[in-house]
Design a protein around this ligand. Structure first.
Ligand SMILES: NC(=O)c1ccc[n+]([C@@H]2O[C@H](COP(=O)([O-])OP(=O)(O)OC[C@H]3O[C@@H](n4cnc5c(N)ncnc54)[C@H](OP(=O)(O)O)[C@@H]3O)[C@@H](O)[C@H]2O)c1
Length: 233
């Protein structure tokens, strides 16, 4: 049986590497990109032997119409979805302080993508995930969203990821009885446009995502993991 995955924000960084690793495993993978052209260029950057398993999809997680169009495409082309990888993320706002943060601009924009985007995607794709025999939802979160280790930095980003972690638990508890496993992962500090230089490789960062995507039936749900090991909320 073919397995089908959808990765959001997959035209670069950890998302693109996640697509590569999924396709390498033999999974038919939809590469979500809010700019279709960037998505097509990203697919062409991957090894030729994988490209036939990678399907580029225009998808902006902040736009309900775009999300609904993506649902429609998958419904018509495949009829179900096995893996939803909520990877799209923005605004590691090192330049902001909580006490003076731009609430109506940067902070709302951050929540719109990192938190409401994931919620919107999950709601919209649940009917297709429910048609899978082993559905998994992986929310790409961050250690910056850990309440245990929270500090004053990156206020919009950190609070949006903490909210995402809470949403992960809420959805996991609800969907447990349907055997849909929902987990949050932190890829670690990764050298991407967001992470800057000096971090670990995208290969290593995406491995945390693949680990959660491949959790077997009866495995953990409602957890927070890095490198396949539980970390503090
Ligand atoms: N890098 C790190 O050190 C690190 C650490 C912990 C967690 N993370 C998390 O890992 C995930 C991937 O991060 P990354 O480092 O790969 O970041 P990145 O290189 O900046 O890539 C972010 C991706 O998200 C996409 N995106 C942004 N807004 C979107 C929207 N509204 N709809 C759809 N796609 C959208 C971007 O598309 P465009 O090209 O169109 O902008 C891009 O493809 C994020 O959730 C991030 O918070 C990263």
């Amino acid at each position: 049986m073919k397995k089908y995955a959808l990765v959001t924000g997959a035209n670069r960084g950890i998302g693109l590497e996640t697509v590569r690793q999924l396709a390498h495993e033999g999974t038919e993978t939809f590469l979500g990109s809010r700019d279709l052209q960037k998505g097509l260029i990203a697919r062409d950057s991957l090894p030729e032997e994988l490209r036939h398993r990678i399907h580029v999809l225009r998808l902006d997680v902040t736009d309900a119409i775009s999300v609904q169009a993506a649902v429609q495409t998958l419904a018509e082309r495949v009829g179900h979805l096995d893996l939803l990888i909520n990877n799209a993320g923005i605004n590691y706002d090192t330049w902001q302080k909580g006490s003076s943060a731009d609430i109506d601009g940067v902070t709302k924009e951050t929540f719109e993508t990192n938190f409401f985007g994931v919620w919107r995607m999950t709601r919209a794709f649940l009917p297709l995930l429910r048609k899978s025999k082993s559905a998994r939802i992986v929310n790409v979160s961050s250690g910056a969203g850990s309440l245990t280790h929270m500090s004053s930095g990156t206020p919009a980003y950190s609070t949006s990821k903490a909210a995402l972690n809470a949403l992960t638990i809420v959805l996991a508890q609800e969907l447990r009885k349907e055997e849909i496993l929902v987990n949050a992962v932190c890829p670690g500090w990764v050298a991407t446009d967001m992470g800057g230089s000096g971090g670990r490789s995208v290969e290593l960062g995406a491995k945390s995502v693949l680990w959660a995507a491949n959790i077997p039936s009866g495995g953990p749900t409602g957890g927070f993991f890095r490198d396949g090991r539980g970390i503090d909320w």
